[in-house]
Each structure stands twice: as C-alpha cells, then as structure tokens.
Design a protein around this ligand. Structure first.
Ligand SMILES: N[C@@H](CCC(=O)N[C@@H](CS)C(=O)NCC(=O)O)C(=O)O
Length: 252
C-alpha cells in the first residue's frame, strides 16, 4: 500500500510512455515531482525499481510501478472521483484497453524502436548512426499499416469515448516522437488520424508539459536538469541518473 501522497515519476519528458502518464496525471489534477532520465542512464537503484530498466516508473510511498498501463490503472483506481480514464460501459472499456495495448506495443515497436530510437536516441546515446534499413522498412511498410488501422478506428470529431481519456492519450502520445524523427502524418491520406492527433495534443492535459519537453529537447542529457529547472519543471531533489549510459535489458 502506498503510504504517502507524494508522487515521483522517473522518466524523460520525451518518452511517449512518460507523456501518457503525465497527461493522465494532468487529467486527474495530481501533482508530482519528476526525475527526467533517459532509461539507459539509470543507476542500480533505478534497476531495483524498474527491473526491465524502462521508463516511466511511479514511486509513491512504498509502491513502485514500472509500466505506463499499470501506473495509469493505479491512478484511475486510487482517484475514481476525478476524470475517469476509462469509459463507462464494459464494451467501451474493453475497446479502450485494446487501443491502449495497440499503442503501447505496436506503435511502440514502429514509432519508437523503428524510427525515433534509430534516428534520435541511438545517435545521441551511443554516438553511432541508427539502422538505416530498419528506418526505411518502418517508413515504407510498418508506419502506413499502423496509420491505416488507426484511420478505421479513430473518430472524425471529438475523442474516442466522449471526453478525452486513456485510449486517446495512449495513441496520441506517440506522434510527437514521430515528428522529432522527421515524420509527419499525411493529412490527405490519413485525415481522421491527423485531425484526431492534433485535437488530442492541443488538449490542456498535454499542453501542461509542452514547455518542459521543449526545454529538454534544447539540451543534452548532461544539461537536462539545469535546463528543466530554469523552465520551472517540478524536478525531484535527487536523481537516479548515471553519467554514462548502460545497455537496456530489453534492447535488441
Ligand atoms: N510497456 C512499457 C514500455 C516502456 C518503454 O519501452 N519505455 C522506453 C522509453 S520510451 C524504455 O524505457 N526503453 C529502454 C529499454 O527498453 O531498454 C510501458 O508501457 O511503460
């Protein structure tokens, strides 16, 4: 059982899974502090909290959770009275959970491991170019398949199940990373998806962290905390970061 109200989030503002959790915290109107590390820089204490060496991690009292879906479910169950993250009917809840799962797994593979990691993270962290063949296959085949699927699922107006919720946030959270890797959704080919993503990302639950994300992008891992402090981010007093990166547990 969590024995404290203080919520610590470990994870970079640029991670789609962290972005999803921070948007849900904003919907729930919950305050937090954040240790904005890139997972490869986590120290041994980070490994104890996150055995797969992945972000985000939520620490609250003696509770430590290291998966965005588990974290969002915890927030929703612990705070049922503010902005429910799931719709009301069992069928809609099931569909929302599926879309969250699709985002976390397939969009994670395609948007992050196939594109953003190869084009942005790999060169930055490991000082080597990413896998060009994988980037080409992602852009040619995998990304269009994801967008074709979403185009059939997403609404023309508004959000998936009435007010914005977990499924909207989970899907939309991947698109800023595609943009950072130079990919924009072609609105002529995928109009519903382009409109839906623009609506979601303009919602105040995402707007809250935009300036901190921009501050993080303006610097490198070494200068990150200073830039974020200057931008007014709610930084944790201490950090789980190392100075040099380590290979992840799940990395290819
Ligand atoms: N299923 C996890 C996935 C989290 C994840 O893959 N996070 C990435 C950052 S965007 C990570 O930590 N990658 C490091 C690694 O896998 O070694 C969740 O939903 O939280």
């Amino acid at each position: 059982m969590a024995d404290s109200d203080d919520i610590l989030i470990i994870g970079s503002f640029v991670s789609p899974y962290v972005r999803k959790v921070l948007a849900c915290l904003a919907l729930k109107r919950l305050a937090y502090t954040i240790d904005p590390i890139t997972p490869f820089y986590g120290n041994d204490d980070f490994t104890r909290l996150s055995p797969l060496r992945r972000i985000p991690v939520l620490v609250q009292g003696d509770l430590a959770l290291s998966d965005s879906s588990v974290i969002c479910a915890w927030l929703d169950e612990a705070h049922p009275d503010t902005h429910p993250l799931l719709p009301a009917s069992p069928a809609d809840r099931a569909r929302a959970r599926w879309l969250e799962e699709f985002a976390d797994t397939r969009m994670g593979d395609v948007f992050i491991w196939g594109l953003f990691y190869q084009k942005v993270v790999h060169p930055l962290v490991w000082k080597q170019p990413g896998d060009e063949a994988r980037i080409a296959a992602t852009l040619e085949t995998d990304m269009p398949m994801v967008l074709d699927y979403l185009e059939g699922e997403l609404p023309e107006d508004g959000f998936l199940f009435g007010d914005i919720g977990l499924a909207d946030v989970a899907v939309a959270s991947f698109f800023p990373n595609a943009r950072y890797a130079g990919f924009e959704v072609d609105a002529a080919r995928w109009p519903r998806t382009a409109g839906f993503v623009a609506r979601c990302l303009a919602h105040e639950c995402f707007a809250a962290t935009n300036r901190w994300e921009a501050a993080q992008l303006s610097t490198n891992p070494a200068g990150r905390r200073a830039a974020l402090e200057q931008a007014g981010a709610p930084l944790s007093a201490t950090s789980y970061a190392l100075k040099e990166p380590r290979q992840g547990v799940m990395t290819l």
